[in-house]
Design a protein around this ligand. Structure first.
Ligand code: ADP
Length: 848
């Protein structure tokens, strides 16, 4: 059963035309709907992408640095962004492939309908023509038959009348014969025509029409095949459960799993660590008892006739309160916080809080009871002689060393911090240090009274420039300022902020504004405040208050007077923050010869003045903008925490003046890349394995410190004695488990960088593992260019498509296998550096 046998009739023909019209209409509808879908998918993707941008703005919030929740949120935002991109890609595909296909099918469908209709019309015309021909012949036949009959009757009539002869009879006979011939001819033609027409009609009906319909059926089915492909493509490009989506979903899940409440505040605590709160000292003001002729003594209860009753009553009162408090503590009746809306049960800690409060209250009462009891006991509760005093010293002071009379009022606890370690000293700011007197001209000078205690000697260390200035007041403060340990030179503001952690911490530094050098006092006070030291026309220095001939004296005044630097800021100087061990004087370093050129400036071989040690010094061009100088110092900040034979060592940074410099151990063989190329003909396989091992050891150490190098390559490794390899160039490094790049991917070493870092800006130590694979390749190709002959983008595309570099000549199989593992597309499948180290170490021993 098909078109050819079942759809021959006229009504079938009309139905087939109507069906085609409906299909064409359906194609139009589909095209319209899909166009709307593409548009709305794109709008959706755009909205999602921009909301993820919004969502990621939190990154800039300094206070959340190191938060795992933030990291997880950023990952989720990235993943949602990726989802939006995929949705957009699918919308693009629907437009480019599906809508296009529908358009083509639509016009073909219309063409096919037209051809079908034309053929049907022609066929109907043919049938009509045959019928017309027969009808025409039949009419002619009837006419000739009438004529014949007429002529015959005329002839018969004459024949009888004329007696069978005569001219008229001949005439009639002739006409009769003619009509008879014509009739016979027409008869024959009619017979022939009927045969031919019957044959033709049979052909058209039984061959032509079925074949036309058969062809139509094939065309229709072919269309349906195309249509099915279109529907299949719609399904394909609307599938949000593909591997790519699932991968994104897995990544989001992983981001959530990485949130660990126990670790969330680890970095925060590290960054904001402060000394434990120092006690608030409540000290008896001795001025109060000046006028009492010795009857009242500081820190002693006066038990005499005037006070004994009051003391006893007080004792009873206190004992009652104490008892009540103790009972309360034993039988607590805590306010219920169960009806709170909070879903976090830990917030309901009223029991503990109440318990603590009661315990404090109990202690306070107990202490007072004890003191009064001790005083009364001592007198046996008898009538007291007038003016009898009991000392409270031992009850109210923790440290016996400061409980001696006369020292209590003067001595405050004071700390100086250096290299994050604390040393505690006592200070006596107004008695032991040089007195400060106002002179008539309004400036303030130090008196010649020298330091008197051990504590003051320590202070002298911190302020050693001052004593010098006291004897040589002509000296311009800045020359000696360099000597001051709290003077940090051109240390950038970020570093300064990092050093000042506790309220009252301060230091002095130099900055340049509009080409003018300014001295700045930076203080940790309600955030961080930076005060520019003002210069008077006489060349003296001041903030808001009095002027001083040197900056040191100005700072000392601010510190010792305890007055706010400006009344608006209220900032008070408490603890001078001394230079870190790393901060060297620029003059401590003698540059000898240029040995290299870095991104920020030249690299020199140099000598330390003090110990004559040879060092390498990276300089930062004076002309670079501050932002670049900060980036330059980033390397120093990272390196100073590390100590490993395969990591280049930091000796110090010089920020006292320009050019700022980073001083490092001198690694005499220079860059590994140059070394490999220079010594290509002599390097042995064993040496190559050892280089890989050294680099793996260094990287294993960095991974354990959560440091991501981000630029591991032979050009950034150095070669030392006995060709030891050291990892260097930490300019791009980050101390994070994972680092997301958000400020574009400028200057990325594409051929060394892992795909997830290139595609999503997501860096982990496993990206360093990828780069380590390239480094191994460089080592075994003796300084070859990776992906030689390919541009960066070609290499990137090929890697995404699965291409990996072949092994360089003479690479041991195990090493090449390791390279391939380092280049696994999925970072989780790559080995960590401790595994890499084990493999390389085992191999290098096998090759010994
Ligand atoms: P940057 O990080 O600014 O690009 P590099 O660390 O790459 O600078 O140093 C540039 C060049 O200086 C290196 O290729 C190397 O030759 C030389 N160099 C850098 N540091 C040292 C060092 N500690 N010992 C010896 N040479 C060094």
């Amino acid at each position: 059963m098909g078109f050819s046998t079942s759809l021959q009739g006229q009504s079938s023909h009309e139905a087939l035309l109507a069906r085609q019209d409906a299909e064409i209409k359906l194609l139009e509808t589909m095209r319209r709907c899909l166009t709307i879908k593409v548009k709305s998918d794109r709008e959706y993707a755009t909205t999602i992408s921009s909301l993820t941008m919004q969502g990621k703005k939190i990154e800039r919030n300094e206070d959340l640095v190191g938060s795992l929740v933030v990291q997880s949120w950023r990952d989720i935002m990235d993943s949602i962004d990726q989802t939006a991109k995929l949705i957009k890609q699918q919308a693009d595909s629907i437009e480019a492939i599906v809508v296009e296909h529908i358009t083509t099918l639509y016009s073909e469908r219309r063409r096919a309908r037209k051809i079908y209709q034309e053929e049907q019309t022609w066929l109907n015309n043919q049938f009509q023509q045959l019928t017309d021909d027969v009808a025409r012949k039949k009419l002619e036949y009837q006419k000739n038959l009438e004529m014949y009959k007429l002529m015959r009757s005329r002839f018969e009539e004459h024949y009888v009348k004329s007696g069978r002869v005569g001219r008229k009879l001949d005439e009639v006979r002739e006409k009769y014969q003619k009509a008879c011939r014509k009739l016979h001819l027409t008869h024959n033609e009619y017979v022939l025509l009927l045969g031919a027409v019957t044959e033709c009609e049979h052909d058209l009906r039984t061959c032509y029409l079925p074949s036309l319909l058969h062809r139509q059926q094939a065309i229709h089915q072919e269309f349906i095949t195309s249509w099915k492909t279109i529907l299949q493509d719609i399904v394909k490009y609307s599938d949000f459960t593909t591997d790519k989506f699932q991968e994104i979903h897995r990544r989001m899940q992983k981001a959530v799993d990485s949130v660990k409440p126990v670790e969330e505040y680890r970095d925060f605590i590290g960054k904001h660590r402060t000394r434990p709160a120092s006690p608030i000292r409540f000290i008896f003001d001795e001025n109060l008892v000046d006028d009492t002729s010795g009857k009242l003594l500081p820190n002693k209860l006066t038990v005499d006739n005037l006070t004994i009753d009051w003391l006893r009553n007080r004792l009873t009162e206190l004992e009652t309160s104490l008892k009540a408090t103790q009972q309360n503590r034993q039988n607590p009746q805590y306010p219920s916080e169960n009806n709170s809306d909070s879903k976090i049960s830990i917030l309901d800690y009223s029991r503990e809080r109440e318990e603590l409060r009661l315990r404090c209250q109990e202690k306070r009462l107990q202490r007072q009871v004890d003191v009064i009891r001790a005083a009364l006991n001592e007198l046996g509760c008898e009538e007291l002689p007038l003016g009898y005093d009991l000392s409270m010293e031992s009850s109210f002071t923790d440290s016996p060393s400061i409980s001696k009379k006369n020292t209590v009022a003067d001595i405050g606890l004071f700390t100086l911090r250096r290299n994050q370690r604390f040393m505690t000293i006592f200070r006596s700011p107004f008695k032991s240090l040089p007195l400060i007197n106002d002179t008539k001209d309004g400036t303030i000078r130090s008196s010649s009274e020298g330091p008197t205690s051990k504590a003051d000697n320590t202070l002298q260390v911190a302020f050693r420039g001052i004593s010098h200035l006291t004897t040589n007041q002509k000296g311009n403060g800045n020359g000696d300022l360099m000597e001051e340990e709290w003077f940090h030179g051109v240390l950038p503001r970020e570093e300064v902020v990092r050093l000042l952690v506790t309220e009252g911490d301060f230091l002095v530094r130099e900055t340049t504004r509009n080409d003018e050098c300014q001295i700045v006092l930076s203080v940790c006070w309600d955030g961080h405040k930076h005060f520019i030291v003002q210069t008077t026309p006489e060349g003296h220095y001041r903030f808001e208050g009095p002027t001083f001939p040197s900056i040191q004296e100005l700072i000392r005044h601010q510190w010792l007077s305890g007055l706010p630097v400006t009344s608006r800021s209220g900032a008070i100087l408490k603890t001078p923050i001394l230079r870190e061990r790393w901060e060297l004087n620029n003059d401590d370093v003698i540059l000898l010869e240029k040995i290299g050129r870095g991104n920020f400036g030249d690299v020199y071989k140099a000598q330390l003045k003090t110990c004559k040690t040879e060092v390498a010094v990276k300089t930062c061009k004076v002309t670079l903008p501050d932002e670049q100088k900060r980036k330059f110092l980033q390397e120093g900040r990272i390196l100073k925490q590390y100590d490993h034979p395969n990591i280049v060592k930091l000796i110090g940074i010089c920020v006292q003046k320009q050019p700022i410099m980073i001083v490092m151990e001198l690694v005499p063989g220079g860059s590994l890349l140059t070394y490999l190329r220079k010594n290509a003909s002599t390097i042995t396989q064993q040496e190559q394995l050892r280089m890989c091992k050294d680099a793996a050891a260094g990287m294993r150490y960095l991974e354990s410190k959560y440091c991501i190098h981000r630029d591991l390559a032979a050009r950034n490794c150095l070669v030392g004695y006995e060709s030891i390899v050291k990892i260097s160039d930490f300019g791009m490094s980050r101390e994070e488990e994972e680092y997301i790049v958000s400020d574009g991917m400028k200057q990325i070493p594409i051929k060394w960088t892992a795909p997830e870092a290139l595609n999503f800006g997501k860096y982990t130590s496993l990206c360093d593992v990828w780069s380590y694979g390239i480094l191994m390749w460089e080592i075994f190709s003796k300084g070859g260019n990776p992906y030689s002959g390919m541009s960066n983008s070609q290499a990137r595309e090929k890697i995404d498509a699965g291409y990996r570099m072949p092994a360089p000549e003479n690479t041991p199989d195990e090493i090449y296998r390791l390279m391939l593992r380092c280049w696994e597309y999925e970072p989780e499948k790559r080995p960590h550096f401790d595994q890499i180290f084990t493999v390389v170490e085992t191999l290098s021993q096998a090759y010994l």
